[in-house]
Ligand binder design. Sequence first.
Ligand code: SF4
Length: 160
Amino acid sequence: MSFDQAMGDGFLTTKLDALIKWGRYNSVWPMPMGLACCAIEMMAFAGPKYDAARFGSEVFRFSPRQSDVMIVSGWVTYKMSHAIRRIWDQMPDPKWCIAMGACASTGGMHRCYGVVQGVDNFLPVDAYISGCPPRPESVINALIKIQDKIKAEQSLSLDH
Ligand code: SF4
């Protein structure tokens, strides 16, 4: 009797699938897009006090090709939005985006012609963080939401 027969059909593929998923949601590496004052709190999130390593996200990458989640912190001018979009396009799939703070989420207090009124006008945002500025715990909360999205993704099962 084979191992798979003894343990039940699909035992190995199911366990392998769970292992891959576990590895993926515990290694979501951030691409820091610090544009204004919120970036200070984003940096605090990366510091030892908040211990982002618990979630496998302490490795801030400054290359889009090695990043999984873009954290946009601060207001975005129209001029800057093109550069951000280009960096986003250089990040490999699957990827996620966090709009950190009132300015990134809605333009905040910057109700003027030069500022994009929310990064969801040019990026697919997965998690919004309210506040001005939000605390680092809120970034952790957004990260956990993205981990939950990965956990809920369809399995990579080999039999279909
Ligand atoms: S939300 Fe507040 S702290 Fe964050 S970038 Fe805007 S003004 Fe600065």
